[in-house]
Design a protein around this ligand. Structure first.
Ligand code: ADP
Ligand code: ASP
Ligand code: MG
Length: 412
């Protein structure tokens, strides 16, 4: 099980001539100099609308402020706080555009009409009412829109989960009928693995949507998972580019062929993992169905699941994102007062991804052998048609990524 895969329903525009939506991430907005550079780029390339993230480090800073008071993420005040970083970015970029003679239309989620459900800290976009954005376009204004935010039907501000402004951008593109969305970031595009962990990583020029979805869901944070789902669903051309270089970047493609005949296209690492092991003696209600129903009702996505026995009690073991660990522990304790819980946050998930795996046997065995040869213990395993994922100790991530890259990705 992965992140919520529900595809939001988005109102499509009748206007077929809308140009691309650009999205600038935290590093691109990280200083006044960078914001001025982004404004110059927009002056030159003339997007139809711009979506921005908070300045780099800002969302982390806001979350740590909240945590100093109360570690709750499922409440409206959390979202109102963490989504505020984007407001600063919208204002600063709008000022920089105005300085260049472009008339901006700064917009937060309520004005832009980004409607979400009320799952605070992980809200799903239900609809982008593109009217206000289109009205701004008709007036010759350039909409500069806060990413990562939404608004519930009754007016509460929400946030979309870490990295969510990529999803805002694609949803806005769909909502205003744009055909293209360019995600500007701090690397040249999507690489075979995180170039910051593995210096041998190389850029992938075209990546299949399905592979990109799997890479994103396995932890390659270069694109938020729902942005890839939405782009595939709405036929939006999705491109990742570097704000600070002229590289052509990476384009998502619908071609279902392994790139250059490779079996493994990429390696993803997710360090935001938590492993919970739960036992509960003499409690018939403690079973897989009840436990996961309870977590699902809290919007917690469970990834790897394992069931076994411990001292003749049922033992349920599963992984979730670390962000959800407190909420999951509290929820289970409340429901099952005599539960025994162990939480491990020193773990990470490492995955190999590739559509070529569909037609090749023995890929998992090669992965396990490579990890074993490097002294890396495998704690849990998960597979799908196009990926194999292993839970390992977090301090082994760099070693594992580099070893698997060496094993599976041919040098050019
Ligand atoms: P932004 O602030 O622009 O949204 P992010 O930090 O969310 O940027 O995503 C870009 C980062 O994603 C890169 O700096 C890189 O370290 C990381 N990353 C992880 N996996 C990959 C990958 N396969 N290809 C490119 N970047 C990756
Ligand atoms: N600012 C938010 C975050 O840091 C959203 C984003 O960058 O996409 O998660
Ligand atoms: Mg991001």
């Amino acid at each position: 099980m992965q992140e919520n895969t529900a595809i939001p329903i988005i109102s499509q525009s009748k206007n077929q001539t809308v140009g691309p939506v650009f999205k600038f991430g935290g590093t691109s907005m990280g200083s006044i100099e960078r914001i001025e550079h982004v404004a110059d780029l927009c002056l030159k390339l003339k997007p139809s609308a711009i979506v921005v993230s908070a300045m780099s480090g800002e969302t982390n800073r806001l979350i740590s402020l909240a945590n100093k008071i109360l570690e709750r993420i499922d409440v409206p005040e959390y979202d109102m706080l963490v989504a505020s970083g984007e407001q600063v970015s919208v204002s600063l970029l709008s000022l920089a555009l105005r300085k260049r003679g472009i008339a901006p239309m700064p917009m937060l989620a309520p004005t832009a009409g980004i409607l979400t459900d009320a799952q605070f800290s992980r809200a799903n976009i239900l609809q982008v009412k593109g009217e206000a954005i289109k009205e701004a376009l008709d007036k010759g204004l350039l909409p500069v829109i806060a990413g990562f935010q939404g608004v519930t039907e009754d007016g509460q501000l929400t946030s979309l989960g870490r990295g969510g402004s990529d999803t805002s951008a694609v949803a806005i593109a769909a909502g205003i009928g744009a055909k293209e969305c360019i995600i500007y970031t701090d690397v040249d595009g999507v690489f075979t693995t995180d170039p910051r962990i593995c210096s041998a990583a190389r850029i992938i020029r075209k990546i299949n949507y399905e592979e990109m979805l799997e890479m994103a869901s396995q932890g390659s944070k270069v694109l938020h998972i729902r942005s890839v789902q939405l782009a595939a669903k709405w036929g939006i051309r999705l491109v990742v580019k570097n704000t600070f270089s002229n590289d052509e970047g990476t384009e998502m493609s619908t071609i279902d062929e392994p790139i250059e005949g490779e079996i493994v296209s990429g390696i993803a690492a997710s360090q935001n993992e938590a492993w919970i092991q739960a036992t509960c003696a003499n409690t018939p209600q403690f079973n897989l169905s009840n436990v996961f129903d309870l977590l699902a009702k809290k919007g917690i996505n469970v990834d790897i699941i394992n069931q076994g026995e411990h001292n003749s009690s049922l033992k349920i073991s599963f992984t979730i994102t670390q962000t959800d660990s407190n909420l999951a522990m509290e929820t289970l304790k409340k429901e099952f007062p005599n539960i025994s819980l162990t939480l491990r946050e020193d773990v990470a998930k490492i995955s190999i991804v590739g559509v070529g795996m569909r037609t090749h046997a023995g890929v998992a065995a090669r992965m396990f052998k490579t990890l074993a040869n490097n002294g890396i213990e495998i704690l849990l395993v998960t597979t799908s048609e196009i990926k194999v994922g292993c839970l390992i100790l977090r301090d082994k991530v760099s070693l594992a990524v580099n070893a698997l890259h060496e094993e599976f990705i041919p040098k050019t």
